[in-house]
Design a protein around this ligand. Structure first.
Ligand SMILES: C[S@@+](CC[C@H](N)C(=O)[O-])C[C@H]1O[C@@H](n2cnc3c(N)ncnc32)[C@H](O)[C@@H]1O
Length: 284
């Protein structure tokens, strides 16, 4: 993947987080000087990641188990379209920015984040065509794989998914419908040897990812969006590129800095200055 290569080229060594890493597809192809760690809330997939001798742990993208400013770069590929409310999508994007370091050319921190999610607009030859954003996408599985253990794991994953989807969403001030939807529905066709799962997806219109970004962060190279002022913004980011890739909308951003911290620093400096000024005034 070009993004991973360019992170490897930009820095002598880098640490990258893959949020919603699945079976570790991207962790497997990191350049040699890039160390990666993935999280996914599917235990099954993390088992696969670990069996492939890659670094992965079970975790929720909405509350990523990492500290602020931990990674040189962060990726979220094909995850955001599984998250079923606007508020939770915003939380997920905020987490990607929170755990990424800010750009610092002096210490060689690239501070880049790549987000890709399924697009509403598909090429004519795509096997998926969507007429609205909130859709169920069929996933047919041969009955021979649908064992009691499969159901057990699936129920467990589904409960985790529902728990994550119903996580309290404090920043929810939008007027969108924020009722979490089940991630799967099921159709069994007795005539066929398959069980079809209907998986929930929210597919993205052109520009929608950028709009979400503007809601959670101050995007320096975009005119401010009057509808996105309601949320307090913690970060400053820059959009490096927005593009369409194989049925997905992608946006690559750079985290510039943390607005809150900057303010705090300024307040502390002002306090020090004021107290010194008062002391001098007093002496005079
Ligand atoms: C379509 S797969 C993409 C996997 C991988 N990023 C790739 O491109 O190969 C979506 C992944 O997102 C994970 N996922 C969805 N919602 C998540 C959440 N809230 N937290 C962590 N992982 C999540 C799913 O378990 C699944 O592995």
């Amino acid at each position: 993947m070009k993004f991973l290569q360019s992170v490897g080229n930009e820095m002598p060594s880098a640490i990258i987080a893959d949020i919603g890493c699945g079976n570790g597809k991207y962790l497997k192809v990191l350049p040699q000087n890039v160390y990666g760690i993935g999280i996914d809330f599917s235990e099954n997939l993390i088992d696969i990641v670990q069996r492939r001798k890659l670094e992965g742990l079970v975790g929720d993208a909405l509350v990523a188990p990492f500290g602020d400013d931990s990674f040189d770069a962060v990726i979220s590929i094909a995850v955001l379209h599984h998250i079923s409310t606007q508020c939770r999508r915003l939380e997920a994007i905020k987490e990607l920015i929170r755990i990424c370091k800010s750009y610092d050319p002096q210490s060689n921190v690239c501070g880049r984040i790549l987000i890709c999610a399924w697009a509403l607009e598909q090429e004519d030859d795509s096997k998926h065509q969507f007429d609205k954003e909130d859709v169920f996408v069929p996933w047919a599985l041969d009955k021979k794989y649908v064992t009691p253990q499969f159901w057990e794991k699936l129920n467990q994953n589904e409960n985790e998914n529902i728990n994550s989807q119903t996580k309290e969403c404090p920043s929810d001030q939008s007027n969108n419908n924020n009722t979490a939807l089940p991630s799967m529905a099921l159709i069994e066709d007795p005539l066929k040897n398959v069980i079809t799962f209907q998986r929930y997806c929210h597919v993205y219109r052109k520009g929608e990812l950028e709009h979400l970004l503007q809601t959670v962060a101050h995007v320096v190279n975009f005119p401010s969006d009057p509808n996105s002022h309601k949320l307090p913004k913690q970060f400053r980011v820059e959009v490096l590129r927005s593009f369409f890739n194989k049925g997905n909308w992608c946006v690559e951003i750079r985290k510039l800095d943390v607005i809150k911290k900057k303010k705090k620093k300024a307040q502390i400096l002002k306090k020090i200055f004021d107290s010194k000024f008062l002391a001098i005034k007093h002496k005079c």
